[in-house]
Ligand binder design. Structure first.
Ligand code: ATP
Length: 597
């Protein structure tokens, strides 16, 4: 997947991007850095104070000097606490702000990506990954970045001060550092790879769970609860195994780091103690040296794990930005041509198309078709012939591979996308209602619509009666947390939603498939009224519903095989007549069998 980017340059880009995220708030960032410098600086000063306390107070027995130094230390630590508070607060603010910005930019981009982009990806997995990546980023900006800076300051400052205290001892100590750093880096790399494997395993299992929850009734009716639990269980165990493997490495890493650190301290006590004994070093300096060594060791150990965390965050940021910077494959041209006002013809010219996910299956194979303005055209044909796909090209959910689709004589690719879509409405096969009231759902495409207009659209779609039968009428909540509407009711709400837009082109994809005969008759009547003044493309399996269409276009395997009105096509014979006769036969059989019963 294009979202994966693990190369070194990718990670460095990611780090750059993390810094770029705080650029708009550079004032706060600088303030946070100042607090960080001050607090870390104080952290580096106190071993010197301890040196003075030991040399001038403890060894010479001066209680006065000890009082002064003790007081000064208290003052220093209070100041340090204030700076630490501000550093934490400012950095967390920056982290939260950066993440809020990224979330908004992500959604702004994602909702503009064409449906095909989502079909190419596992949506559940994508959502899980995005949430995970955003959390990682939040940690990086809010905590890890500032901790890494603090530790870097303490590392560099600590080493400098070690030299100031005792050059010889420092040089000896520094011989230990390079091999230690290299081994920690090797560990770090291994741990990074393993934690990615753990994340992948979790993402895989979560994606499946989302699917299962979305289709819980299917799972239960087919009695697959146990198998799904087991499948999830197996995924969880896989993630557990990997996590334990990771824990083993982490534990080894921590143990090695702490062992090296304490060995170094032991060495200093031994070597430094000898130098104090021979008078080459003061006891205070040895104490300060030990404290600085601790500071440097802690900083170094933290930096290696923080570096790993920052790299992980850099990878996450790169993946997030890969989405934010995805140019939608379908968008308005830089200089769109104006769409002429008034009713316009639709035209398909030599259109070939296959779905990006299935390049080997041609879905549309040379469609030439003109739909005059105001005409009602019915697309019929066997399932999978490409009828829905043809209509999906009209709002440019996809662009044809070859040929072009024109509206008002202009290639759709030369039109402004919003302007084009404002003139088209679709009632899909299986309409979705959002959480909200019925009125909000009808007004989805026209949020400003007046209640009267909403009700008028509902009446036209024959939805008004059943909506009013709910105790709360148009204020009834529907969608996931509200009432569950039947398929036919949802279709009528979707039809009202489409009609409220007063579109010039109305696409009805099996829009009456879930209705009983009576509602269908009512809707047919409504549709006849609604479709009079506009171009309408109807996809229908029940051929009885499209008899009156101005033109019926018969599809087979991605090609138009017949076209004409019902009477002409029946006279012609061929696929259409065969389909009609087959349906009539089926209906008669059904009528006879229900009569017998
Ligand atoms: P039906 O009457 O059953 O709705 P249809 O004539 O509308 O069928 P389409 O939905 O256009 O047919 O599908 C045409 C072909 O394209 C089918 O083979 C289908 O499997 C395939 N197809 C549809 N949608 C996608 C998609 N998003 N990705 C890949 N292939 C698809």
């Amino acid at each position: 997947m294009a979202l994966e980017m693990d190369s070194k340059t990718g990670r460095l880009n990611g780090l750059g991007r993390i810094l770029a995220l705080v650029r708009p708030y550079r004032g706060r960032f600088v303030a946070a850095c100042v607090c960080l410098l001050a607090a870390s600086g104080i952290g580096l000063v106190y071993p010197q104070a301890v040196r003075i306390a030991v040399d001038e107070g403890v060894t010479s027995g001066s209680l006065d000097a000890l009082d002064r130094i003790g007081l000064a230390l208290v003052g220093l630590f209070v100041v340090q606490a204030i700076f630490t508070w501000w550093r934490h607060y400012l950095m967390s603010w920056l982290g939260e702000r950066a993440v809020a910005d990224v979330r908004r930019r992500l959604i702004e981009r994602l909702v503009r990506l064409p449906p095909g982009w989502f079909h190419e990806r596992h949506t559940g997995e994508l959502v899980g990954r995005l949430a995970g990546d955003v959390t990682i980023l939040e940690g990086a900006v809010g905590t890890e970045l500032s901790m890494a800076m603090r530790n870097a300051i303490q590392l560099i400052g600590g080493v400098v001060l070690l030299f100031v205290v005792d050059v010889q001892l420092t040089l000896i100590m520094l011989c230990v550092v390079p091999p230690m750093t290299i081994s920690l880096m090797v560990f770090g790399r291994r741990i990074r790879a393993m934690s990615k494997a753990v994340q992948d395993a979790i993402a895989d299992t979560n994606a499946r769970v989302q699917e299962v929850f979305g289709a819980i009734d299917t799972v239960q009716v087919f009695g697959q609860e146990q198998r799904e639990s087991e499948r999830y269980g197996a995924g969880v165990e896989r993630a557990f195994e990997r996590a334990i493997g990771l824990a083993r490495w982490r534990a080894t890493f921590m143990a090695t780091a702490s062992l090296t650190g304490f060995l170094a301290i032991g060495a200093i006590v031994w070597l430094g103690g000898r130098r104090v004994a021979t008078g080459e070093m003061s006891p205070g300096s040895l104490t300060a040296f030990l404290l600085y060594t601790t500071v440097v060791a802690v900083a170094l150990a933290s930096l290696t794990s923080l570096w790993a965390a920052l790299m992980r965050a850099a990878g996450a940021t790169e993946r997030l930005f890969a989405i934010i910077e995805t140019e939608p494959a379908i968008q308005s041209p830089a200089e769109p041509k104006p769409l002429p006002a008034g009713a316009q013809p639709l035209r398909f010219e030599g259109v070939f198309f296959h779905y990006p996910t299935r390049p080997d299956v041609p879905v549309l194979r040379g469609i030439d078709l003109t739909i005059a303005p105001g005409q009602t055209v019915a697309l019929v044909g066997p399932s999978g012939a490409g009828k829905s796909t043809l209509t999906a090209l009209l709002p440019r959910f996809y662009d044809p591979d070859e040929g072009r689709v024109c509206f008002g004589g202009i290639d759709l690719r030369e039109l402004d996308l919003d302007e084009l879509r404002a003139r088209i409405a679709i009632v899909p096969q299986d309409p979705v209602l959002f959480s909200g009231t019925v009125a909000e759902n009808i007004a989805y495409g026209c949020p400003e619509a007046a209640p009267e207009a909403i009700e008028a659209a509902a009446r036209m779609a024959h939805a008004d009666d059943f909506v009013r039968s709910f105790p709360q009428g148009y204020d009834t909540l529907c969608g996931e947390r509200g009432v569950q509407l039947s398929g036919g009711q949802r279709q009528r709400i979707a039809l009202a939603r489409a009609l409220l837009r007063d579109p010039e082109v109305l696409i009805l994809d099996e829009a009456t498939s879930s209705l009983d005969a009576e509602s269908e008759a009512l809707i047919q009547q409504a549709l006849t009224e609604a479709t009079q003044a506009r171009t309408t493309v109807v996809i229908a399996h029940r051929l009885s519903t499209v008899r009156d269409a101005d033109r019926i276009i018969v599809f087979q395997e991605g090609r138009v095989v017949q076209s004409g009105d019902h009477t002409t096509l029946m006279r012609q014979g061929g696929l259409y007549r065969k389909l009609v006769e087959r349906q009539l036969g089926a209906n008669e059989r059904q009528a006879t069998s229900s009569g017998d019963a």
